[in-house]
Each structure stands twice: as structure tokens, then as C-alpha cells.
Ligand binder design. Structure first.
Ligand code: NAD
Length: 428
């Protein structure tokens, strides 16, 4: 089994793979459809605030190291900023900026009263102890504390951060402000004010939007064939929920490779194997295939749920799915979009398809502020309603403007933020 990414975007510096360019290209098309003037375009593209902080840490061996952290608040006109914090060696300001803008549009597509933000720390968690990770999280939190708060900016987990990271962040913030403030962060453990249904929310949203896309195309739901790239929170849970709904999961992958069984994979069994063995490689009831082969499997629904820039100008023409439901953020480049559209493949865009996670984060924030917690059934019912309504608004907008669902989603989102700007006016 070969390793590596499906498309190996070696020219990661090229325009096609630059996340800010990818966001800006879609934004510009939506702005054209909306007839926005240049001034408003500039306002909406420019991050409201960017903070870079030094994070000096005493390492376990007694030496000092200084890490760098960022928090970008792209836009807070519709409410507090919302967006994850990632810990990774390749974090950079351009990427954080793009992801923050993506969050603005994502929150607006599902009509949450939030703006967009994103944070990151340049570090390699695989080389750090729990103690070092805790000290980084706490010092980073104190560095950005002045711009955080339930009414200002509410972070969440992202790549290599988790419930424990959010618990440390919540505790650090609470110690500074001298009161327990659970609503400063989402994705917390349930014992600290987390929401039921949060862990499954993004996968559930993917399942719901896939179902709506099949309905739109008049395709059957039972026996629908599905290929999933990535088997983590989004891909693994999404695949399990889709199988429970009657779909046939033909293939799933992780960063080490992909597995394939034309008769369908038993997802609970696959996920139990993954948990025990840490990789899918060697799963006995399927054959190993390469990441590139996986994306070329004929299927009804392809769910890229791993990482960005996986469907590119180099491989888009080989995709043989009828629908792509983007579980990951930015899995399809703008160049690839054009090829998919030409080939009649319906793409349910990331800012809609994976918005289930931020939607239940919003529910978590609401529950923390009210001090009143919902059952899992209430969470799932409200999530279902928001995802279905959002799918319909995006689809209607795409039809009205005779454009793709991606551009339809951007028109909905950019239009909502622009409308708020016009109503509020410019403070000077
Ligand atoms: P995760 O860390 O739980 O899982 C990622 C999975 O992708 C793992 O199975 C990993 O092995 C696999 N992977 C990584 N690189 C790969 C590659 N090149 N090819 C195939 N598989 C690869 O992460 P996650 O939370 O599932 O997030 C996945 C994507 O979804 C990211 O783009 C993330 O930003 C996005 N997303 C996540 C959420 C959420 O709530 N977790 C919400 C919205 C968007």
C-alpha cells in the first residue's frame, strides 16, 4: 500500500494550492453576482484583527523554547468570532487568515450569529509531552486573552487539538477573569459544559447534506455507494452514520492508504480495527488500494474528509462520483471545481457540508450561556433542521444565479455579511 496524499500537491506554493487564493477566487465570483462595490469587497476580504504572540515555554528537559501563535478574527459584524485552534508545524499566517475567512462564510451559510476566526500555534504535537502541550495552550491563551470571551471570540478544537486542549483554555481564561466561563470555548468535555452530539455533529451534517443532494438529483438512498477519504472525526463518523442510513461504503482511507470492498464495508468493524491498530492497513475484510486509486472508484457519493487540496486540476477529470460532499475544509481546488462542473458532478461545498460541527458548537455556546442543557435528541433535531434549511437556501441561490452550489453558498454567505455591514454602517 502506498502512502502520501492522493494528489501530492508538491507545488504547494503555487496559486492553485494557496488557501487564501482559493477562498478569494470564490469570494470574488460571489461578489460579482451580488454586484458588490469595490469598497465593500475590500472590507469583507480584509481580516478585522490579526494577533501574533510569542509563547515562551520551559520544556521538560529544562531548556526554554519560544513558539509562535496566531489568532485571526476575520469578521465580527454578525457576532463573536468562531473558529478552531490548530497545533501543527506548518501553521502560517496566510493559512490561518484563509481559514478564519472560511469560518465567516460557513457561519453565515448556516445563519449562526457568529463571525469567523481561526488560531494556530507552530509546533509539532507528536514531539511534545502532555505537560508541554498544556503549558503551550495556557501561555497561548493568556497571550490572546484580551481578544477572547463569550461575546468576542469563541475558539474550538481543530487539527491536533481536542477536548482536553479546550478544557485547559477554558480554565486559563476563567482563572484570569476570576469566574468560571464555560462559554469562552466549544468542543469541551460534557462535564465542563460541552454539548451532547458535538462529537458526531460534523459527520451527521455530512450525512444529512449527502442525503439532500441525492434527493435533489432524484437518486435512490438505499444502497447508495459511497467512498470516504479520511477516517477521523468527520470521515469515520460520517461513514458510520451513512452506512446506518442504508448506504454502501465501498472504500475508506487514512493517511497511510485506503481499503476497498465492492460489497460494502462494515463500518463499526472497520472503526474498531482502526482503533486497535492505529491504521487501516492490514484490515482483513477488504483489499488495499492507493489513495489515488480510491478517488477514481465509480460511486454515487465521494466524501473527501481528510485534508485540503486533494481534488486538483491533476486528478479531477478522473473522479467518477456523481456527487462530492466536502467533509474536509478546502479539499477541492478552484481549478478542479471547473473540471467537476464540466463533467456534471454535483459538489456540496465545505462551507455547507461540514457546517454541522460549528452548528452544534453554537448550540454548546447557547446552552452554556443559558445554563440549561439539551438532550442529544434535541441537539440532533435542531441540527437536522438547520442543515436541511441551509441546503435548500444554497440550492435555491445556485438555481437563481445559474451557478454551482459552491458559488451559491458563497452568494448566500457573502450576501448575509454584506447586508449586516450596510445596516450597521461604517463607524468612523
Ligand atoms: P481527524 O484528525 O479526526 O481525521 C483526519 C483523517 O484524515 C485521519 O483518518 C487521517 O489519517 C486522514 N488523513 C490525513 N491526511 C490524509 C491524506 N492525505 N489522505 C487520506 N487520509 C488522510 O480530523 P477531522 O476532525 O476528521 O477533520 C478532517 C477535515 O475536516 C479537516 O479538513 C477539518 O478541518 C475538517 N473539519 C472538521 C470538523 C470537525 O468537527 N472535526 C468540522 C469542520 C471541518
Amino acid at each position: 500500500m502506498s502512502t502520501g496524499t492522493a494528489s501530492s500537491p508538491s507545488a504547494s506554493t503555487s496559486k492553485e494550492f494557496n488557501p487564501f487564493e482559493a477562498m478569494a477566487e470564490r469570494f470574488n465570483v460571489a461578489a460579482d453576482h451580488l454586484g458588490l462595490d469595490q469598497g465593500l469587497r475590500d472590507v469583507l476580504r480584509t481580516p478585522d484583527r490579526e494577533l501574533t504572540v510569542a509563547i515562551p515555554i520551559k520544556m521538560d528537559d529544562g531548556t526554554m523554547r519560544v513558539f509562535t501563535g496566531y489568532r485571526v478574527q476575520h469578521n465580527f459584524s454578525r457576532g463573536p468570532c468562531k473558529g478552531g485552534i490548530r497545533f501543527a508545524p506548518d501553521v502560517n499566517l496566510d493559512e490561518v487568515r484563509a481559514l478564519a475567512a472560511w469560518m465567516t462564510w460557513k457561519c453565515a451559510v448556516v445563519d449562526l450569529p457568529f463571525g469567523g476566526g481561526k488560531g494556530g500555534v507552530i509546533c509539532n504535537p507528536a514531539e511534545l509531552s502532555q505537560g508541554e502541550l498544556e503549558r503551550i495552550t495556557r501561555r497561548y491563551t493568556s497571550g490572546i486573552l484580551d481578544i477572547l470571551g463569550p461575546d468576542r471570540d469563541v475558539p474550538a478544537p481543530d487539527v491536533n487539538t481536542n477536548e482536553q486542549t479546550m478544557a485547559w483554555l477554558m480554565d486559563t481564561y476563567s482563572m484570569h477573569v476570576r469566574r468560571t466561563t464555560t462559554a469562552v470555548v466549544t468542543g469541551k468535555p460534557i462535564a465542563l459544559g460541552g454539548s451532547k452530539g458535538r462529537t458526531e455533529a460534523t459527520g451527521r451534517g455530512v450525512m444529512i447534506t449527502a442525503r439532500e443532494a441525492l434527493k435533489k438529483l432524484g437518486m435512490r438512498q438505499e444502497g447508495t455507494t459511497v467512498v470516504v477519504q479520511g477516517s477521523g472525526n468527520v470521515g469515520g463518523i460520517g461513514a458510520r452514520l451513512m452506512q446506518a442510513q442504508g448506504h454502501r461504503i465501498l472504500s475508506i482511507s487514512d493517511m497511510f492508504g485506503a481499503i476497498h470492498n465492492e460489497n460494502g464495508l462494515d463500518m463499526p468493524d472497520v472503526l474498531a480495527y482502526l482503533k486497535a491498530n492505529k491504521k487501516l492497513n492490514g484490515y482483513p475484510k477488504a483489499k488495499a488500494i492507493t489513495p489515488a486509486q480510491q478517488l477514481e472508484i465509480p460511486c454515487d457519493v465521494l466524501v473527501p474528509a481528510a485534508t485540503e487540496n486533494q481534488i486538483t486540476s491533476a486528478n479531477a477529470a478522473k473522479v467518477r462520483a456523481k456527487v462530492i460532499v466536502e467533509g474536509a475544509n478546502g479539499p477541492t481546488t478552484a481549478e478542479a471545481d471547473k473540471i467537476l462542473e464540466k463533467n456534471g458532478i454535483l459538489v456540496v461545498p465545505d462551507i455547507l457540508a461540514n457546517a454541522g460541527g460549528v452548528t452544534v458548537s453554537y448550540f454548546e455556546w447557547v446552552q452554556d450561556r443559558a445554563g440549561f442543557f439539551w438532550t442529544e435528541e434535541e441537539v440532533n433535531t435542531r441540527l437536522e433542521q438547520i442543515m436541511v434549511d441551509s441546503f435548500k437556501s444554497v440550492d435555491a441561490m445556485a438555481t437563481q444565479h445559474k451557478t454551482s452550489m459552491r458559488i451559491g453558498a458563497y452568494i448566500v454567505a457573502v450576501g448575509r455579511v454584506a447586508a449586516v455591514y450596510k445596516l450597521r454602517g461604517t463607524y468612523a
